[in-house]
Design a protein around this ligand. Structure first.
Ligand code: HEM
Ligand code: HEM
Length: 192
C-alpha cells in the first residue's frame, strides 16, 4: 500500500535534475560517437573538449542531485508491482546514480593519465587527478568504454520500462516524472 506520508509525484527540482541530466547523457553519447568517427585533428579535439565539459557538468549535477535525493523522498512505486519489478526498478536507479559518478570520474582520470587537460567550456581547467601513466590510461579508457555500454543498456531498459508503465500498465509512473501533467488516478497531489 502506498505510504500516505510519501509524495505522489516527483517535484519540480527532481524533474529538472532528471531531464537535464538525461539530455546531457544523450549529448555525451552523440559527441563521443561523432568524435570517434573523425581522424585525429582539431575537429575531433574540439568535440572531445565539449564532451569533457558536458561530462564534468554531469558530475557536478550528479552531486547536487544525490544530495537533493537524500533529503527528498521519491513517490512510492505502484502498489500492484511485483517484488521482482520493484527490485529491478530500484537496482536500475541505484546503477544510474553510480554511473553518473563513475562515467565522468573515469573520463577525468583517463584524461589525467594522458596528461590531457580537462577544461570547463574554456572558463577554467580542472586539476589532473593522477600523474601521466600510459598503463593506467589504457585501463581507464577500457573502463570508460565498458561503463558507457552498461549505461546504454540500462538506459534502454529504463526507457522501455517507463513506456511499459505508461502504455501497458496505464499507471502514473511516467506522468509523475513529467512536468505540466496530471496524475490519471488523483488530482490532489503532494510533491517532493
Ligand atoms: C556522463 C558522462 C559521460 C558519458 C556518458 C561519456 C560517454 C562516453 C562514450 C559513450 C564514449 C565513447 C566510447 C567508445 O568509443 O565506445 C566516450 C569516450 C570518451 N570520453 Fe566520455 N563520457 C562521459 C564523461 C567524460 C568525461 C568527464 C571525460 C573527461 C574529462 C570524458 C572523456 C572521454 C574521452 C577522452 C573519450 C575518448 C576515448 C578514446 O579515445 O577512446 N568522458 N565517453
Ligand atoms: C539516459 C538518461 C536517463 C537517466 C540517467 C535516468 C535516470 C533516472 C533515475 C536515476 C531515476 C530515479 C529517480 C529517483 O528516484 O531519484 C529515474 C526515474 C525515472 N525516469 Fe529516468 N533516466 C533517463 C532517461 C529517462 C527517459 C528517456 C525516460 C522516459 C521515457 C525516463 C523516465 C523515468 C521515469 C518515469 C522515472 C520515475 C520512475 C519511478 O517513479 O520510480 N528516464 N531516471
Amino acid at each position: 500500500m502506498p505510504n500516505q506520508s510519501s509524495p505522489t509525484r516527483y517535484g519540480a527540482v527532481a524533474q529538472a535534475f532528471h531531464w537535464l541530466i538525461a539530455a546531457l547523457v544523450v549529448t555525451q553519447f552523440v559527441l563521443a560517437n561523432l568524435a570517434d568517427d573523425l581522424p585525429i585533428g582539431v575537429h575531433k579535439l574540439a568535440l572531445l573538449a565539449r564532451h569533457k565539459s558536458f561530462g564534468m557538468t554531469v558530475l557536478m549535477l550528479a552531486i547536487l542531485r544525490l544530495l537533493w535525493r537524500l533529503k527528498h523522498q521519491p513517490p512510492e512505486l505502484p502498489a500492484g508491482m511485483k517484488p521482482v519489478e520493484r527490485m529491478l526498478a530500484r537496482s536500475t536507479h541505484i546503477a544510474f546514480y553510480v554511473l553518473l559518478f563513475a562515467m565522468p570520474l573515469s573520463g577525468w582520470l583517463m584524461s589525467s593519465a594522458k596528461n590531457y587537460s580537462v577544461s570547463w567550456f574554456g572558463l577554467f581547467t580542472w586539476p589532473n587527478l593522477i600523474g601521466k601513466n600510459e598503463a593506467a590510461f589504457e585501463v581507464l579508457r577500457s573502463t570508460h568504454h565498458i561503463l558507457s555500454d552498461v549505461l546504454f543498456v540500462i538506459a534502454v531498459l529504463h526507457i522501455l520500462a517507463a513506456l511499459k508503465h505508461h502504455f501497458w500498465n496505464k499507471d502514473d509512473v511516467l506522468l509523475r516524472m513529467l512536468p505540466f501533467t496530471k496524475a490519471r488516478s488523483t488530482s490532489s497531489e503532494k510533491q517532493s
